[in-house]
Design a protein around this ligand. Sequence first.
Ligand SMILES: *Cc1c(COP(=O)(O)O)cnc(C)c1O
Length: 430
Amino acid sequence: MMQTTKSQRLYAQAKQLIPGGVNSPVRAFGSVGMEPLFIRKAHGAVIEDVDGNSYLDYVCSWGPMILGHAVPQVVEAVAQVAQNGLSFGAPNALEVEVAQTVVEMTGMEMVRMVNSGTEAVMSALRLARGVTGRNKVIKFEGCYHGHSDSMLVKAGSGALTSGQPSSAGVPVAAVADTLTAQYNDLASVEKIFAQYPGDIAALIVEPVAANMGVVLPQAGFLQGLRSLCDRYGALLIFDEVITGFRLAPGGAQAYFGVTADLVTYGKIIGGGLPVGAYGGRRDLMAQVAPSGKVYQAGTLSGNPVAMAAGLCQLKLLRAGAESIYPAIEKTTAYLAQEMRRIASNAGVAAQVNQVGSLCCAFFTEQPVTSYAGAVSADTQRFAAYFRGMLQRGIYLAPSQFEAMFISTALTPEMVEKTLTAFKDTLAELV
Ligand SMILES: *Cc1c(COP(=O)(O)O)cnc(C)c1O
């Protein structure tokens, strides 16, 4: 049994001071019936809690740490830049270099830096509405796009009914123009477009749904969204906050060969510091203030420290792309394949979805290709799996509806340790 006294003490104190004791809800470990661990340091693929327990980290700060933690070059870049001031609120050269690098890696024409994925999405939606002069947007049930009002919606009783806010404090009016379709179901999208042919400003999608576990786009789905948007004059927004710079240097657009009109980034783009970005075609991005009429601003946006971290990690990814991307994909595919084999040998019904360096285990007999499929998986069993893995030194995302993030720091020995832990954990579950 691991000792977690210091984490417990900190959590007790934190709960008095911070809502739920955490600064972002999923960190509280609520859905796996545990108390959170407080982390004191992380290097490579290993994180260590305040009680001195070490774990192989499959959360990677929810995606940013694709090269592992405390990458020496990134840490050095941040330390160097910080010597000369943390933020100026005036243009700096690193912003231009980040923009140049992002544009070259992704194929976008222009980009605006913000401070989070939430902000990137909120701004891209405003831009889409501003340039099209339309109000309605389509999103998919189970896709997460940050916590701005219009994206906190749960589906209504039918595809054509307006959604309801999924959070207290979000006015019904704020989600009245958000229409909800079903991921991997083009007919559900087509129905909405047919109902509101001239009213849809944009359709936003996670190209790989990675906030309902991991659900892959079926063949033709993303292409189908592209055609529907073209047919109805709506903008296609890829929310690449997770997939950006992870599936390929050019993200999901490059990986699946589908080009969006606007793309949002976060997570990896900041190298571990708070950064988001949105970008796309020049004619669209030129509509953002001060060159255009769509207002968007940020006091700390593009600050040199955040830019230095993001830029350094992006450059490492770009320079090593030919080996990095095939290697992490291969590691992840192997991990997923072996997890399937181990589950099958143990007689445990499990689906392990994988694409690139993302994967996720669902405990169900049916292949998971939709939100309905994802929510029908056995979350009690997931919680037991999570606890079993944690006891064996494997730190997974504490929720069925999150991805496993694989970093380049994970060695073959670490993968084998993970698989042994999986085998031993499953043996306890049956
Ligand atoms: C994490 C995430 C966001 C929100 O990003 P924050 O930086 O947490 O605001 C938006 N979209 C997707 C797909 C995400 O995974």
